[in-house]
Design a protein around this ligand. Structure first.
Ligand SMILES: Nc1ncnc2c1ncn2[C@@H]1O[C@H](COP(=O)(O)OP(=O)(O)OP(=O)(O)O)[C@@H](O)[C@H]1O
Ligand code: NI
Length: 338
């Protein structure tokens, strides 16, 4: 591999990609950090859940954010929806772009988030949709209510069309949540996320607990939503799901983005040893688990946190800088190829 120009500029993954014309940005996360104070005034410690995370979501594209459990992925979803708990502090920005200008989701008033953003401009596909459904009402009545609330009207055929977009046969909508299989409940959750016709879809581990065929179905649904001009963030520890549908990928380790780029390039030729480790842990990668454990987020080492875990990982040497740099249209922290 020949070394291309290395730029140390503010990073926003797809933003730095070169070569092709990029579709319009829907959401720009710009050096977002989220920390939690434990105990009174943080006396029991500080959890550094996300550190200087930059991402760009574009209409028509799926960005997969991948990483092991506990690395800070879900905290980002909460931050983007204005749903962080009271002990959280944020730094940086998350700009939702729209015809009326940019809205910083980190500082927007709750009233605006609840009335204009959640459900309407940003839809959430939750981890276990079944637990978000009301047990005593049919899927149809829940979809209709959501549509009426978000769009003002919901005819029977509107509800049928929404269900079909989420891969549900209208005939199954008369079931109560307990009568739905896990996969069907997930599709109802997906339909609810689409009810407000959002520009941005956040899918936080939407395939947990589903078998492979259903995983494929759900992830393909996200790709379809992207093809309909939505910007999709797929948060997952399931690299295989990411590989299936992502246009772009960002790899998170211990609260930081360690590598990002077009999914095809990153999966075919991962640069960071952590990305290589994740791919190596897949069945077709040899099922080789990454040794050791990620650090506690109350105690993240300075420099490259992954090298602190696996100092002898093969590949380009680490320069110890945790800040990603742009190299040839990709982003890489510490392990710059030469
Ligand atoms: N309210 C809170 N107070 C303190 N720490 C928190 C709080 N919420 C989350 N955390 C911590 O932030 C870190 C990141 O959590 P997060 O849920 O984002 O991880 P994740 O990558 O989404 O993992 P998973 O796949 O298990 O959901 C974890 O260490 C978690 O314990
Ligand atoms: Ni390193």
């Amino acid at each position: 591999m020949t070394k291309t120009s290395v730029t140390k500029t503010p990073v926003a993954n797809a933003d730095t990609f070169t070569g092709t014309r990029q579709p319009a940005s829907a959401l720009t996360v710009d050096r977002l950090s989220v920390r939690f104070r434990l105990g009174r005034k943080g006396k029991a410690g500080i959890v550094h859940a996300a550190a200087d995370v930059s991402l760009r979501l574009r209409r028509g594209r799926v960005l997969a954010l991948v990483g092991e459990s506990g690395c800070g992925k879900s905290v980002l979803t909460s931050a983007l929806l204005g749903l962080l708990p009271a002990n959280a502090q944020t730094r940086g920005r998350a700009l939702l772009h729209g015809p009326g200008g940019d809205l910083d989701l980190c500082t927007a008033p709750e009233r605006r988030m609840s009335r204009q953003v959640r459900g309407r401009r940003i839809g959430l596909v939750p981890q276990s949709a079944a637990s978000h459904l009301t047990p005593v009402r049919t899927a149809r009545s829940q979809l209709a209510e959501s549509m009426r609330h978000l769009r003002g009207a919901a005819s029977r055929s509107d509800v049928d069309a929404l269900a079909e977009r989420a891969g549900l046969a209208p005939a199954s909508l008369d079931a109560y949540p307990h009568e739905l299989s896990g996969g069907m409940a997930q599709r109802v959750g997906f339909a609810l996320a689409l009810a407000g016709e959002p520009d941005v879809l956040l899918a936080d581990e939407p395939t947990t607990g589903l078998d492979r065929a259903l995983v494929d179905h759900v992830t393909d649904g996200l790709a379809t939503a992207a093809a309909e001009d939505t910007a999709v963030l797929l948060i997952t520890h399931d690299l295989a799901a990411g590989r299936r549908v992502a246009d772009d990928v960002a790899v998170m380790y211990a609260g930081r983005i360690v590598e990002a780029g077009p999914a095809g390039d990153v999966f075919a030729d991962p640069w960071h040893p952590y990305t290589r480790g994740l791919l190596g842990a897949l069945p077709d990668g040899g099922f080789e688990p990454i040794p050791g454990h990620p650090p506690e987020l109350t105690d993240v080492p300075d420099g490259c946190a992954f090298c602190a875990r696996v100092p002898d990982a093969p590949g380009p040497p680490c320069n110890g800088d945790p800040e990603p740099v742009a190299v040839g249209g990709r982003l890489i922290a510490g392990h710059v190829p030469c």
